[in-house]
Design a binder for this molecule. Structure first.
Ligand SMILES: [Zn+2]
Length: 106
């Protein structure tokens, strides 16, 4: 679970979540985040794919591991789990990923 740096409420009732990518140190804004889904994710620790079924898988990854879609693509140029439609692989990977990135080059 990775919390956004900022959350802005929009007039249409959705949220705009700004994340600071752990890998490239740049911000990435996820728009049209459903407010009730966000609350369920935050309060109940529900899976992001249940809370944000409409969201792009690469963007959901930000909520899981704090890695932006661009970095995710660079790390997994081939065999990207989002190409296969398999939800299970995504669920397992983030537990390992952030640590290895943080401990890696720095
Ligand atoms: Zn990044």
């Amino acid at each position: 679970m990775f919390l956004p740096e900022f959350v802005n409420e929009k007039e249409d009732g959705t949220l705009e979540c700004t994340f600071w990518c752990l890998n490239c140190d740049k911000n990435h804004v996820v728009k049209k985040v459903p407010r009730n889904g966000y609350q369920r994710w935050l309060m109940n620790n529900e899976f992001v794919q249940n809370c944000f079924p409409e969201m792009d898988k690469d963007e959901r990854e930000l909520f899981i591991s704090g890695i932006c879609p661009k970095c995710w693509d660079e790390m997994y140029p081939a065999g990207n789990p989002s190409d296969t439609g398999e939800e299970n692989e995504i669920e397992q990977a983030p537990n390992i990923l952030p640590k290895s990135i943080l401990l890696g080059d720095k």
